[in-house]
Design a protein around this ligand. Structure first.
Ligand code: PMP
Length: 364
């Protein structure tokens, strides 16, 4: 993983403001920095001070609907270093569309997907030219890119000043980038269901909005304290059907080799990794179903279980515990389809497998 000095934002940051004339005013801000090598040599304190400056935007209001009421959307996508020295972003068009839908869902002016795409590419490109993005390392090929680094791109909205509960008419959209390694440590991981409810019908579960993540963080923390890697949310109404993880979608492979993931509805975030895995499975000729799957069915029929998302990648889950009973999948090692999905996705992202679906976008 990247060094543990806290959040390390790359120097170039993108800032757009939806002004009173209903136009997106875009700018790129070069925050204080040294060369990457000089920054490596800083003491922990000096480094923390520099990073605090990079994470400070005095032009943005402290008190607003995002900081007070969680009225904010965000995205998470990654750029992957390639063998030829370029960086390619995985499906930024999809993240741009989801960001616009999220903002519409919060009755904000949507940020145009075309601007999203150009800004994501440009902000990565500018940081790359300063030497702040990871460089392809052939050693990553040895573990099928499990140890590889990438650039994490975090676009998010931030509202105008305000203290009474309200919606936003003139938000900012900001994009920061940072270097990341793998999210889950490789190895086995156990999951546990939670009694907490992440999303309800008619709520904001389908929106990538800040306010959804408090419940997720609580449940994940509680799971972690009990020795589990991930938490699994069940549906709010019947407390019976699988919904999703703390910030990832969930997949099961049944004993008859059918791949199943919960169908999209307003309580589930439409993950781009989820969509890509369904396509990979269908292209491989596998039966892939999007439907309700109960915890009972998981206990009796599932032979593989994995979580997926931009940060999680494809993370094999060795077991799930529900009401004190544990269902163990396979022999405790990664199942066949999970391994295929992981290898295919990482292979496409790092350029080891041909990208015939045109998912990867060069930052130029
Ligand atoms: N569900 C939730 C709640 C998430 O936060 C994420 C991460 N964005 C996902 C699923 C997976 O989505 P994606 O594959 O687009 O990263």
């Amino acid at each position: 993983m990247a060094k543990s000095f806290g959040l390390e934002i790359n120097p170039w940051v993108y800032v757009a403001k939806y002004d009173e004339e209903k136009r997106w005013q875009e700018s790129y801000v070069e925050k204080e920095h040294l060369t990457p090598e000089q920054e490596e040599r800083l003491s922990p304190i000096e480094r923390a001070e520099l990073m605090a400056k990079r994470n400070s935007f005095p032009e943005l209001p402290l008190v607003n609907y995002t900081s007070q009421y969680g009225l904010g959307c965000f995205e998470g996508l990654k750029g992957f270093p390639q063998k030829d020295g370029s960086i390619k972003i995985f499906r930024p068009d999809e993240n741009g569309l989801r960001m616009a839908r999220s903002m519409e869902g919060l009755l904000m002016p949507p940020y145009p997907p075309e601007l999203f795409m150009d800004a994501a590419r440009e902000v990565v490109k500018r940081n790359k030219s300063l030497g702040f993005t990871p460089v392809y390392d052939p050693a990553w090929e040895k573990d099928d890119f499990l140890s590889a680094y990438s650039v994490y791109i975090r676009p998010f909205s931030f509202t105008e000043p305000g203290i009474g509960v309200n919606l936003s008419e003139n938000p900012w959209v900001i994009m920061i980038t940072t270097k990341v390694g793998s999210y889950f440590e490789p190895g086995t991981s156990k999951a546990i269901t939670t009694e907490r409810i992440r999303a309800t019908a008619g709520g904001t579960g389908w929106i990538k909005t800040a306010s959804n993540y408090v419940i997720s963080a609580l449940a994940k923390k509680e799971a972690g304290k009990q020795g589990y890697m991930e938490t699994v949310f069940l549906d709010a109404r019947e407390r019976k059907y699988i919904e999703e993880g703390s910030s990832c979608n969930l997949f099961f492979v049944l004993k008859d080799n059918t791949l199943v993931t919960p169908a999209l509805q307003d309580t589930i975030l439409p993950g781009i990794t989820r969509k890509s895995i369904l396509q990979i499975a269908r292209d491989e000729g596998l039966k892939a179903e999007e439907r309700s799957i109960s915890i009972e069915e998981v206990f009796s029929e599932a032979k593989e279980f994995f979580a997926c998302g931009t940060a999680a990648g494809v993370s094999f889950m060795s077991s799930i515990t529900h009401h004190g009973k544990e269902a163990v999948f396979g022999d405790g090692t990664m199942g066949e389809f999970t391994a295929l999905a992981l290898k295919t996705l990482k292979g496409i992202q790092y350029g080891a497998i041909e990208d015939h679906r045109n998912w990867m976008v060069d930052v130029g």
